[in-house]
Design a binder for this molecule. Structure first.
Ligand SMILES: [Zn+2]
Length: 336
């Protein structure tokens, strides 16, 4: 969405976290373009959902209703793990169709999108199965299906071609997907020591690496880097808590913060208010764990935090910003 499309940037800015509803949909012209409208209610999204329903097991149509700000949470709550991945893939493709209409020629057909999704799900499913059966002692890695590029077709099939194996030599320097049924949220802060200016980036992904959301947010001024890191984790966890309540793993590259979040004692007084709030927010999840990871394993969150500094507050549902989609792909290339 970034780069060149001033209109798009403005519109995205309006959504941020508040999902304001003051712009009319450019596709159907009949409603305000909220995220719900774009990926669920608008004409093309309805058509794609109707067609994919013939080949995929997805929730009943009545579940795709606007149930308020928690609509996605409510929708996903009806789904098992496989269905959830399919719903997110569907929303991702609906977004692609919307972009194709708004920014390109709008010629992408529903039939082509159905074929794309079918092939995508089949290939990712096979790859996961392959890993589970051929290497049963190790965690199945699946693969990424994240992205938002208009060239998502090539982007996706490029990744689908790979069979990712757990490799002990690279385990220590790259992101590792969570086990099936868990979701992993990576958070990072960008902090300028001289001025204290700070911003946050976060991304939540499932066992296949598929993003529930990615987010960038400017945090203003922080006293120190530890405070900025704690604030960044709070922002990510809060956003995710509004979408999902299943088991979650939180990852930060701030060792002291990870220790404090998993401990009953609070040592670092300065970040205490944030640590307290993070712990309160974590209680809504069915289960949680906090991991300390190396910076190399937190690259995407780091890039999102840097992106926030330049581009402000954004929220991407079921996708990542186009400018970091290459980084997400490269992260997965390390698996092969
Ligand atoms: Zn519309």
């Amino acid at each position: 969405m970034a780069g060149g499309h001033t209109d798009a940037c403005n519109k995205e800015n309006k959504w941020k976290r508040t999902l304001e509803t003051d712009s009319i949909c450019k596709i159907c012209g009949s409603a305000d373009e909220t995220e719900f409208h774009a990926v669920i209610a608008c004409t093309k999204s309805r058509a794609l959902r109707s067609e994919i329903r013939a080949v995929w097991d997805i929730p009943e149509e009545i579940q795709f209703r606007d149930s308020g700000k928690d609509w996605l949470q409510n929708l996903l709550a009806q789904c098992n793990s496989e269905m959830r991945t399919k719903v997110l893939l569907l929303l991702w493709r609906c977004w692609y169709l919307r972009n194709n209409c708004v920014f390109n020629d709008g010629k992408e057909t529903i039939a082509h999108s159905v074929a794309f999704l079918e092939q995508y799900a089949a290939e990712t499913g096979e790859a996961t199965l392959c890993l589970q059966t051929s290497d049963s002692g190790k965690m199945a890695l699946g693969k990424s299906s994240s992205g938002s590029k208009d060239s998502s077709h090539h982007y996706a099939s490029d990744m689908i071609q790979r069979n990712y194996m757990e490799s002990s030599s690279t385990t220590l320097c790259r992101w590792i997907p969570p086990q099936e049924g868990w979701t992993k949220i990576n958070c990072d802060a960008s902090f300028v020591p001289g001025t204290g200016e700070s911003s946050a980036g976060s991304i939540a992904r499932d066992h296949r690496g598929f993003p529930f959301f990615s987010q960038t947010q400017v945090m203003g001024y922080s006293n120190c880097v530890e405070v900025a890191e704690a604030h960044a984790v709070l922002i990510g966890v809060k956003s995710f808590a509004s979408l999902f309540r299943g088991p979650v793993i939180v990852e930060t590259d701030c060792a002291a913060l990870a220790t404090e979040l998993m401990s009953d004692k609070v040592i670092r007084a300065e970040a205490f208010p944030f640590i307290w709030d993070i712990k309160e927010n974590l209680k809504v999840f069915a289960a949680y764990r906090v991991n300390w990871i190396k910076r190399d394993q937190n690259k995407i969150a780091h890039k999102l935090a840097a992106h926030a500094r330049l581009n402000g507050d954004h929220f991407w549902l079921a996708r990542v910003p186009e400018v970091i989609s290459t980084d997400v792909v490269n992260e997965y290339r390390q698996f092969s």
